[in-house]
Design a protein around this ligand. Structure first.
Ligand code: BEZ
Length: 263
């Protein structure tokens, strides 16, 4: 998943086994894209390639890119007929441009959002469409706040101060797209309380999978105490009817690269 301040080393199998909701929710975004046979489509931040494969099933010519070599290795192994490449969301160029750029649950990892928007714009054909979903303002806020508070209580102030994600408001992100020349045709910012797979360790597993930057250089036994503390704190609000939930907030946007640039 795309450019972060620190490169996250992904556990591609853990991602597929316990966090498959990421690409399962993306199926709906693929319907919004409505890929057609013969179209050239870029899946930006393709992870282990499941949605890339869904897009390819339409007969579109799909290229999947991700900056994680671990994710791309798994994608290639699973879907050998699809073109997957290790590339950064903020620095890619294809000689042949695309009819559509698709991106699910990735762009919030990209802190240099202007560079990513510029790459998406530059690699689209005129009239090409951008269909994206990412974490929006307030995304997983209570989990992150609880984790930061616990880190601070234990003296890990530098870890707690890290900026790992970019969760923009609808107006901020659509303004950036418009500034680059996109015409935004649809935008929504909505809640998606997301059920976590493990009924015992749901929040702990989520933090282990996605928050490694916050836990960098923290001793393993202390990490376990921190995870327990955070999960216990969130139990009254995030544990319902025997299941753990994460307070996801999504930003979904459709935009077009106009026939003649606004710039
Ligand atoms: C998200 O998809 O919104 C997300 C996933 C992992 C960490 C933070 C946000």
């Amino acid at each position: 998943m795309s450019t972060t301040v620190e490169h996250t080393k992904w556990n591609a199998s853990l991602y597929d086994n316990k966090h498959d909701f990421v690409f399962k929710y993306g199926e709906d975004l693929a319907d919004t894209l409505a890929p057609k046979a013969g179209e050239r489509i870029l899946d930006l931040g393709c992870g282990t390639g499941h949605l890339t494969n869904t897009l390819a099933a339409s007969g579109a010519i799909v290229v999947g890119i991700d900056n994680s070599p671990e994710m791309i290795a798994k994608a290639k192994q699973e879907y050998p007929s699809i073109d997957f490449r290790v590339l950064s969301a903020t620095d890619f160029h294809f000689d042949e441009s695309f009819d559509a750029v698709f991106s699910n649950a990735v762009l919030h990892w990209v802190l240099d959002k202007e560079a990513a928007i510029d790459c998406m714009y530059s690699n689209l054909k005129r009239n090409g469409r951008l269909v994206l979903e990412m974490g929006g303002k307030g995304n997983v806020e209570s989990i992150i706040n609880a984790l930061k508070k616990t880190l601070q209580r234990r003296g890990f102030n530098d870890n707690a101060a890290k900026q790992v994600w970019y969760f923009p408001s609808l107006s901020k992100y659509t303004s950036l797209l418009e500034k680059r020349g996109f015409r935004v045709t649809y935008a929504a910012h909505f809640n998606r309380d997301t059920e976590l797979k493990d009924t015992e360790n749901g929040v702990k597993d989520w933090i282990k999978m996605f928050c490694s930057s916050y836990l960098k250089n923290v001793d393993e036994t202390i990490v376990n105490d921190i995870l327990k503390e955070v999960q216990d704190e969130l139990k009254p609000t995030h544990f319902k009817n025997g299941k753990w939930y994460a307070d996801y907030k999504r930003l979904r946007v459709v935009a077009i690269k106009p026939p003649i640039s606004a710039k």
